[in-house]
Design a binder for this molecule. Structure first.
Ligand code: PXL
Length: 433
């Protein structure tokens, strides 16, 4: 996928086209750029702005449009009327989703559009927008409505939609309880999507949001899905913001490592297995995946929370994090010491029918008996470590499954082990399929 960012250059790479190229790369999309203006700024202050000439702007657009299949366009900083009109004439004929991020001011105080160009911005740029993503301040400036109530929020969005934007998302509306929400006005519907707020001043979050929106919408996601995706992406980029310069932090993208993406994919597949709710124990399920040579449970990725069942529905409650699982991660850690190729594990509900299916499919099974647990171990609380050790003591080959039948007040349990989460899913298919 090729995405085009049209906007200003920010030499600190926190915002503008540099930030978009980073975001697009994170989505595995190819980032094209057309520069409207060059800013000089850092994390503390905003310096000069020099818009590019109409000639080179037009030439940049022609070069890119004539060569690449463009899947989506984001328009950020446009600065003046000459740029606005040139963009309009080049873009009006294209049938590509366009996201307009109506940036007016930088966090450090730079004015990103000339005052006298506001009318042209409304006349030429807003009608190009498949989606426009003003923050609360920008929505107030564009609509001239003070957003101090829910009805004024809607009123502001409606006024902007009337200017010609198909869909309006007013971002970053503060709520009570440390929540922050986006108000969405589509053609025939309106709704609010809220999320947790992180209180920190940063450079780049608005750009990340609109970059994520253009990626999602160009990927045929609905507006609602795109908003959810952009919100999550932006939240993570703020959470992971780095103090790179001497001033405010710059948003950064948390790279999802291979372990993370393989485990999340496997978890998504797991919860969709037909009737899998029957295999979720009372104490719920965790699914873990370890780095090479784990030294402690901190090297093992798990759900800080659980895979839970509610009726016949199985969902993930919590996020993936290293050290997120104690119990299943300790079981894996113990097994990995003897069988270093085993890196993944999941616990499921003990059922005699499951055990007989496991035996029938010729998987290697071992067990331990909690009743035999020495009292000094019981008091120290490392039952699982003791259990796994005793189950594998005499084994030459690593087991696919270890189970125990419980103890007074302790739920019986089955744990599957495998090289990778995918390998575990394959083993589970033998008891569910
Ligand atoms: O975040 C808005 C923005 C967009 N584009 C450029 C910027 C900024 C904020 O500083 O500098 C070039």
């Amino acid at each position: 996928m090729n995405l085009l960012s049209i906007g200003g250059s920010d030499p600190s790479s926190g915002a503008g086209i540099q930030s978009d190229v980073k975001a697009f790369a994170e989505f595995n999309a190819y980032g094209l750029t057309v520069i409207t203006a060059i800013t000089s700024q850092n994390t503390s202050s905003f310096g000069m702005i020099e818009p590019v000439s109409q000639k080179i702007l037009k030439n940049q657009l022609e070069s890119i449009i004539s060569d690449f299949k463009i899947d989506g366009i984001k328009i950020g900083m446009v600065f003046n009327s000459q740029i606005i009109k040139t963009l309009y004439h080049q873009l009006k004929k294209l049938k590509i989703p366009i996201v307009v991020d109506p940036v007016l001011k930088s966090t450090t105080g730079g004015i990103l559009i000339e005052r006298t160009s506001a009318i042209d911005f409304k006349k030429y740029i807003i009608p190009l927008a498949t989606i426009i993503t003003p923050n609360k301040f920008e929505a107030e400036m564009l609509s001239k409505v003070k957003i101090d109530s829910k009805s004024n929020l809607e009123k502001s969005a409606k006024i902007i939609q009337k200017m010609g934007a198909k869909n309006v998302i007013i971002t970053g509306v503060e709520e009570k309880n440390n929540r922050i929400s986006d108000f969405v006005l589509e053609k025939n519907t309106k709704y609010t999507i809220s999320g947790n707020k992180i209180a920190n001043t940063n450079h780049g979050s608005g750009c990340n949001y609109s970059a994520a929106i253009v990626f999602a919408i160009s990927n045929n996601k609905t507006i609602r899905e795109s908003v959810r995706f952009a919100k999550e992406f932006t939240y993570n980029s703020i959470k992971n913001a780095k103090k790179v310069g001497k001033g405010i932090k710059i948003t950064d993208i948390q790279k999802t490592d291979e372990i993370n993406s393989e485990l999340s994919q496997a978890i998504n597949e797991f919860v969709r297995i037909k009737n899998i709710y029957k295999n979720i124990p009372e104490c719920q399920t965790n699914f873990v995946y370890s780095k090479q040579k784990p030294k402690s449970t901190k090297d093992i990725l798990g759900i800080s929370g659980r895979i839970v069942k509610a009726g016949k529905e199985v969902t993930v409650a919590g996020n993936l994090s290293y050290g997120g699982s104690k119990h299943v991660a300790t079981a894996l850690l113990t097994l990995n010491k003897k069988f270093p190729h085993i890196h993944s594990a999941i616990n499921l509900k003990f059922q005699n029918t499951t055990i007989s299916k496991i035996k029938k499919s010729k998987m290697i099974v071992s067990r331990y008996d909690r009743i035999q647990e020495p009292s000094n171990v019981k008091n120290k609380g490392s039952t699982i470590e003791w259990g796994i050790k005793s189950a594998i003591k005499n084994m030459k080959e690593s087991p696919d499954v270890i189970f125990h039948k419980g103890d007074f007040g302790k739920e019986p349990m089955i744990i599957f082990f495998g090289d990778t989460p995918k390998n575990i899913l394959k083993k589970i298919s033998k008891i569910t399929g």
